[in-house]
Design a protein around this ligand. Structure first.
Ligand code: ADP
Ligand code: MG
Length: 494
């Protein structure tokens, strides 16, 4: 379809793009990314014949680009340049009709029915039909952009080149435009080459991404391969993080503020935590946000929290919408929901245990409450249980005064679970239905909170330094709270 072969081009002595090569198939979308001045627009100009390469060549349908007449290029390639000057006294329809020019036989040929139909369709597909008789200069930046896209579409090209097409568009039109391009690439086999400013848009919509740095081809591959954290940080000279997009399989790039602007934390961050105990709840408060991962009722998953609540509810607590009910409770006690991770339990809060433990360079703080009337042997629950909610619950909070990788969060969840189970074994907690040793309760919850800055701890498994500390601290905290709970029960208290 289109081949770029060792293209070098510029505006004078020094080349602005150097030795660029790639092939594209029909229906492919290529995103071109790179910092300002890296040569993206220059490369695009070469591809539509506005700039002649100093070296190398561009082949369109097995023929050199230079061998086409302007009109014949325009039948194959349509362009949405970065800056466009249109005669603004034209109406929208007139501008779009210009797209048909390359297909007309002569200057004075009559507008064919066929042309009219194509123009109508282009107006419709870009959502500008309703103002097709308005003059261009009465439109907003985003509307103008869509009209120019309609003009490019009316050209019925095989290849569409776009230079930062989403620049003047708000997010819904950005998505709309890129969805349209994706759709056309599938249904019309349109080949799209788009310079995109937004790395995430490029990642979501491109089949492949070309990354330019100082006019050189730094990488060309699938977005997940090209958009590697270190590579992007180096090319863009910026701090960023790469995560995975929550709903589509593509990388998600987030920008990081310079560390000078971040709030510095005190040395002994665990000392800055304060605890409020009321008959209804225990609330742990922090002057800054912790990055938490949890199964809490409110604030589950990854989040940023500085209030942590463990609320006591009656053992008959039944509510269709516990999250809504709990949110109302938190509001009532004056907490900002967005800042809060909150669990509930039928266990007695005064049986709870706090354990603080120093590891080398990674202090941890653990809080646990336990009630085991609904203890379960996980290996037997398949045979015995239905989804009846019962009172009980072991709730665990683990604060690590260090930054953690996502892998470490997951491993700490495992380490803590194993430590909890070991405590249940040692205290001979039985599943009341199966009469076998219990591994947990049916409603257990866990929260891991860690810092957002400093060096990262990569692993949190049972034999890592932080894993060892957490294993011991969780075991001790669960043992202590079980001890309180069992003592009170044997004293015939409930
Ligand atoms: P990008 O689109 O990646 O921001 P460009 O291709 O527009 O980069 O520009 C790459 C380099 O070429 C820049 O240093 C720019 O100043 C220079 N350049 C761009 N257009 C011209 C021009 N018409 N004449 C001279 N230099 C230019
Ligand atoms: Mg540019």
């Amino acid at each position: 379809m289109i081949q770029v072969k060792n293209v070098t081009a510029g505006y004078g002595m020094k080349p602005v793009v150097e030795n660029i090569s790639f092939d594209m198939e029909a229906g492919e979308i290529l995103g071109v990314i790179g910092p300002n001045g890296s040569g993206k627009s220059t490369l695009l100009k070469c591809m539509y014949g506005a700039l002649k390469p100093d070296d190398g060549e561009i082949i369109v349908d097995n023929k050199r680009l230079g061998a086409y007449t302007q009109k014949n290029i325009a039948k194959k390639i349509a362009v949405l340049p970065q800056q466009t000057d249109v005669a603004f006294s034209y109406t929208v329809r007139q501008v779009v009709e210009l797209g048909r020019y390359p297909h007309q036989k002569g200057w004075f040929s009559f507008q064919q029915k066929q042309d009219e139909h194509i123009v109508d369709k282009a107006l419709q597909e870009t959502g500008v039909l309703s103002f097709s008789n308005h003059p261009m200069d009465s439109l907003s930046g985003g509307e103008k952009q869509r009209v120019l896209l309609a003009r490019a579409l009316a050209q019925e090209p095989d290849i569409l080149l776009l230079d930062e097409p989403t620049n003047h568009l708000d997010i819904s039109y950005q998505l709309n435009l890129l969805d349209t391009l994706k759709d056309w690439s599938k249904t019309k086999q349109l080949t799209v080459i788009a310079v995109l400013h937004d790395l995430n848009m490029a990642a979501m919509y491109s089949h492949r991404v070309l990354l330019l740095e100082d006019g050189r081809q730094k990488a060309l591959d699938k977005p997940s391969v090209v958009m590697e954290k270190n590579r992007l940080e180096h090319v863009y000279q910026a701090h960023l993080e790469r995560k995975e997009h929550p709903s589509v399989p593509s990388p998600l790039i987030t920008l990081e503020p310079s560390s000078d602007t971040l709030e510095r934390k005190r040395e002994n961050v665990l000392d800055s935590l304060s605890i409020e105990k009321t008959p209804g709840h225990v609330c742990l408060m922090s002057p800054f946000h912790w990055k938490t991962f949890s199964s809490a009722v409110v604030g589950a998953g990854f989040g940023w929290h500085r209030y942590f609540v463990n609320r006591h509810v009656d053992k008959d607590y039944a509510c269709d919408q516990p999250k809504q009910e709990y949110t109302a409770y938190l509001k009532k006690i004056g907490l900002d929901i967005d800042d809060t991770a909150a669990m509930m339990t039928a266990a007695r809060l005064d049986d709870g245990a706090f354990v603080r433990m120093a590891g080398d360079n990674h202090d941890v703080f653990v809080y646990a409450t336990a009630g085991t009337s609904n203890a379960v042997d996980v290996s037997k629950s398949y045979e015995y249980y239905s989804m009846n909610h019962t009172a009980g619950t072991i709730n665990l909070w683990i604060f690590v005064a260090h930054r953690l990788s996502e892998a470490a969060y997951a491993q700490i969840m495992m380490t803590a679970t194993e430590a909890k189970t070991k405590a249940l074994m040692d205290y001979r907690i039985y599943d009341p239905k199966t009469k076998t040793l219990a591994t947990g309760t049916s409603t257990d919850s866990v929260l891991v909170a860690a810092l957002s800055e400093g060096e990262e701890i990569e692993y949190g498994g049972t034999i890592t330094p932080v894993g060892k500390t957490i294993g011991k601290a969780v075991y001790d905290a669960v043992s202590r709270t079980l001890n309180h709970y069992l003592k009170r029960r044997s004293g015939n208290e409930i």
